[in-house]
Design a protein around this ligand. Structure first.
Ligand SMILES: [Zn+2]
Length: 187
C-alpha cells in the first residue's frame, strides 16, 4: 500500500478585479457550453460534475491527457469536478506548494512570498509595499473575490480554450479572466 497523495491539483479561473460576478450567471454560462453537468445534490449549486464537453474546452498540452472521473470520497481529491468559490466578502489569496518566486514591481528582485500581511506584500529587498491585487503571480497563485476550481488538473497540463474564455469574459464586460494552477492541501 502506498501513502495516498493528499495534495489537490486544481486549475483555477478568476475574473478581473472589480467585476461583479453572480454565481447563477456563471452556472448558466458554463452549462451553456456544457463545461459543467449536474450539480452534486448536497452542494447547493456550487459543485458540479464535468459536462460532456469539458475536454473540448480545455486544451491539453501533453500527448495523453489523463482526467480522473469519479466521485467525492471514492477517488479522493484527484477526480475532476468543478466548484464555485465566492463571491467572497473579503478577497482571498490562493497560493499552493507550486508557488513561484515573486518579482517586485519596484526593484525587480525575486523573493519567496513569505511576508504577506493584510492586503499588501512588502518586498524584503527594497521594503516597498505592493497591493496583492497588483502582483503578477505568474499563474501560480491568485487573489480575488471569486474563483472557479477545476479539480484534477495538474499544473500547466491544460489551459482554458477559446469558448470557455469567451463565455467567461462575457460576464465581465469583455475583460478576460485569469487562470492559474494550485497544488497543495485541498480547500
Ligand atoms: Zn523590491
Amino acid at each position: 500500500m502506498s501513502t495516498p497523495d493528499i495534495s489537490a491539483n486544481i486549475l483555477i479561473l478568476s475574473p478581473p478585479e472589480g467585476a461583479q460576478i453572480l454565481p447563477a450567471d456563471v452556472v448558466k454560462t458554463l452549462r451553456g457550453i456544457d463545461f459543467i453537468g449536474n450539480s452534486y445534490p448536497e452542494s447547493d449549486e456550487r459543485d458540479f460534475h464535468p459536462g460532456t464537453k469539458l475536454m473540448h474546452h480545455l486544451t491539453f498540452l501533453g500527448c495523453s491527457p489523463a482526467l480522473a472521473l469519479g466521485e467525492p470520497g471514492i477517488n479522493g481529491d484527484q477526480y475532476c469536478h468543478i466548484e464555485l468559490l465566492g463571491p467572497l466578502q473579503q478577497p482571498q489569496l490562493i497560493l499552493g506548494q507550486n508557488r513561484k518566486p515573486m518579482v517586485c514591481p519596484h526593484c525587480h528582485q525575486r523573493s519567496r512570498p513569505h511576508e504577506i500581511v493584510a492586503q499588501q506584500w512588502h518586498c524584503p529587498h527594497c521594503r516597498q509595499a505592493t497591493p496583492l491585487s497588483a502582483i503578477n503571480w505568474r499563474k501560480s497563485g491568485g487573489y480575488g473575490h471569486f474563483f472557479i476550481k477545476v479539480w484534477g488538473i495538474f499544473e500547466s497540463e491544460a489551459v482554458p480554450g477559446d469558448a470557455l474564455r469567451k463565455g467567461l469574459s462575457s460576464l465581465s464586460e469583455g475583460e478576460p479572466w485569469r487562470y492559474f494552477y494550485y497544488r497543495g492541501a485541498p480547500f
